[in-house]
Design a binder for this molecule. Structure first.
Ligand code: GLC
Ligand code: GLC
Length: 637
């Protein structure tokens, strides 16, 4: 290490900062790596290489990022602030390229975003690239989107505007044309060890017995035959996405280098993609294994040491018991909240909040110094990942219920307002997931088709209701851009051969900038601007909610308590931070509901409240009435 520091030519101070942190985390890091790789004859060689990699990352870290690191070390819970509001987008679909994206910073500010997740933007294989998740080079931006320099410039511009940058760390697999995979294809044994490559079906068949199929319409089973190598390759997702073998410490170190490189472009939060799948063990499901956690914790320790401002966000779209295991300050500080997401949709379909309440009652609380990322839609499908026992506890048969939800959200259930389409339908098990935009799933597409104005109104209220929960329940709200305009499904993806096979593209539409003009237009007498007025209403309402969120001290932190509303259609919870308190009540049905004033008085510790969003005053001396899909954010007055 001494030699390395000399070679890096860094100041004594910089070196001391690193060494302090190394000392702080050394024992834990060593323990983690020992558990993962301690039985290797060359363990100490790899350990040394890993430490050198970390030292180099700190030595080369741009000074402006080091300044952010230092700030965050002293403010580790910064992401729990009510000021943090996220958005996610595809660079090309939103604005063509990275350079042009900077022009939208004003737009992000107007909407109130302070966190921006750019969907994968690194170099990818030609043709289908799974929306950027088949990466062929982590050191280069997809040339259609720009260059690494463009990314760095954008990250500086975002930071100046008070917006943090989130990028994916796609570390479970590389594309088949990544140079590691190419070396493996050309017979290089060192790189064949980076993946799971088997000459015949013996080993694959043994693994396969206990594996779930993730993309059953792409291929049956998790292995793909490679003609060139005359071998089977492990591919959990698409055939061209080769799973990495983390049993090999060289893979860990190689990916660590890529992680530090990505962090060095100015990333604040790394979204750890497909965390559930990163460790394989014969005879298991190869999902959520204990070693997967050790691996992420080891990456976390190394980030704490070399890039301490960077946070991890977990993408585990799995059973709620497993989702939560990735969330801790030592592993991923923040995590998608897929259970809440799925159950909000469940509540819209059933008009009941029983399953949602049941689940929230024992699943919402997280460890200190962590937070949920609450979202309604993202670039992926919706899977009904709620717990069967939670459902059984309130008399719901989980299997039948999932069938119902699938029929409902594909519009096949009589009276359904939703216009989703199936994703990865498994004809054998009857299983499927749902694709579709927020607006189409909430009924806007159907309402516009049928010209039903009442339905249009209801669908807008459904969207705002869900947003009202995501923005207040505790954690980071994350919009999937397009939601703010009520963007509908885009069925044209089928005309693009690189997209036609993946129905998730239905909810990845191109941004329509003409909507911004609609926003400025005033209502005129003829109906020309009716669609415009719907979009305007969605945008303005969301914007208003975001700004209200930021003004509410009670929405900081992550404390959330449910309270009884005596109605199976009305969700009620309180948020408390320091001495501030906010009550949220939300009606999930299209009928008026009322709740007893006393319930609000005892939960909110006050007699009079104001709905922060409408300014309406509410007295608890009588029943409080909620209109269809109405919700209140109640502050004591
Ligand atoms: C993640 C991404 C998803 C992708 C998969 C494989 O789950 O969110 O879009 O298909 O990983 O990379
Ligand atoms: C599976 C995976 C999840 C991924 C999704 C993509 O549900 O568990 O990680 O996002 O597939 O469709």
């Amino acid at each position: 290490m001494d030699q390395a520091w000399q070679d890096f030519e860094v100041s004594e101070d910089l070196r001391a900062e690193f060494e302090d942190r190394l000392e702080q985390y050394w024992e834990e890091l060593f323990g983690l790596l020992l558990k993962l790789y301690g039985d290797r004859y060359d363990f100490f060689y790899h350990l040394e290489q890993i430490l050198l990699t970390a030292a180099k990352a700190w030595a080369e870290r741009p000074e402006n990022l080091r300044a952010i690191d230092r700030r965050r070390i002293h403010d580790p819970d910064w992401f729990q602030s009510q000021n943090v509001v996220g958005g996610a987008l595809y660079v090309d679909l939103f604005s063509e390229n990275l350079g042009k994206l900077a022009d939208s910073i004003e737009y992000f500010k107007e909407l109130g975003l302070t966190y921006l997740h750019l969907m994968p933007l690194f170099a990818v294989r030609p043709g289908d690239n799974d929306g950027g998740y088949a990466i062929s080079d982590y050191r280069n931006v997809d040339p259609r989107l720009g260059t690494i320099e463009d990314l760095q410039v954008l990250s500086d511009q975002l930071h100046e505007a008070g917006i943090t940058l989130v990028l994916d760390f796609v570390f479970n697999h590389t594309s088949e044309d990544h140079h590691w995979a190419k070396a493996a294809q050309s017979g290089d044994a060192e790189f064949q060890d980076f993946y799971f490559i088997h000459p015949d079906r013996t080993i694959p068949d043994q693994y396969q017995r206990t594996l779930r199929e993730i993309f059953p319409t792409v291929r049956r089973g998790s292995f793909t035959w490679h003609d060139g190598m005359q071998a089977w390759v492990w591919t959990t997702f698409n055939n061209f996405q080769w799973d990495l073998n983390y049993g090999n410490p060289a893979v860990f170190r190689a990916m660590l280098e890529e992680m530090f490189f990505i962090a060095g472009t100015g990333v604040d939060i790394l979204r750890l993609d497909a965390v559930a799948f990163i460790w394989k063990q014969m005879g298991t499901s190869c999902e959520n294994l204990p070693e997967a956690h050790l691996l992420i914790q080891a990456f976390n320790r190394l980030a704490r040491i070399a890039t301490p401002g960077v946070l991890f966000k977990s993408e585990a779209i799995v059973h709620p018991d497993d989702v939560i295991k990735y969330v801790s300050p030592e592993e991923c500080q923040i995590s998608y909240n897929p259970t809440l997401m799925a159950l909000l949709w469940e509540s819209l379909a059933t008009r009941e909040v029983r399953l949602l309440t049941r689940s929230l009652s024992h699943r919402h609380r997280l460890p200190d110094h962590t937070a949920w990322v609450n979202y309604l839609r993202c670039h992926d499908d919706i899977g009904w990942t709620f717990d069967d026992a939670d459902a059984a506890a309130i008399g719901i048969n989980a299997f039948d219920h999932r069938q119902f939800l699938n029929r409902f959200y594909t519009g096949q259930h009589p009276g359904s307002f939703a216009r989703g389409i199936p994703f990865q339908e498994n004809v054998q098990t009857g299983d499927m997931r749902i694709a579709g935009t927020l607006a189409s799933l909430a009924g806007l597409e159907h309402a516009i088709e049928t010209g039903d104005l009442v339905e249009q109104e209801l669908s807008v209220n459904r969207m705002l209701l869900l947003q009202g929960i995501a923005l207040s329940i505790g954690g980071i709200p994350l919009l999937y851009l397009g939601e703010e305009w009520g963007m509908l499904n885009d069925y044209d993806f089928v005309t693009d051969p690189a997209k036609a096979g993946d129905t998730r593209w239905v909810h990845r539409p191109k941004m329509r900038w003409e909507f911004l003009q609609d926003l400025e237009e005033t209502l005129d007498a003829d109906d020309r601007s009716r669609a415009g007025s719907i979009r305007r209403r969605i945008f303005r309402s969301l914007q208003k909610m975001i700004s209200a969120r930021k003004s509410l001290h009670a929405l900081g932190g992550t404390d959330m308590e449910l309270f009884p509303t005596d109605s199976s259609h009305v969700l009620g919870f309180s948020r408390t931070y320091d001495s501030s308190r906010l009550l949220v009540v939300a009606n999930f049905s299209e009928r008026e509901q009322s709740i007893a004033g006393n319930r609000l008085r005892t939960a909110g510790l006050g007699r009079f409240f104001e709905d922060v969003l409408s300014g309406e005053r509410i007295s608890t001396s009588h029943d409080v009435v909620l209109q269809p899909y109405e919700f209140f954010w109640l502050s004591r007055v």
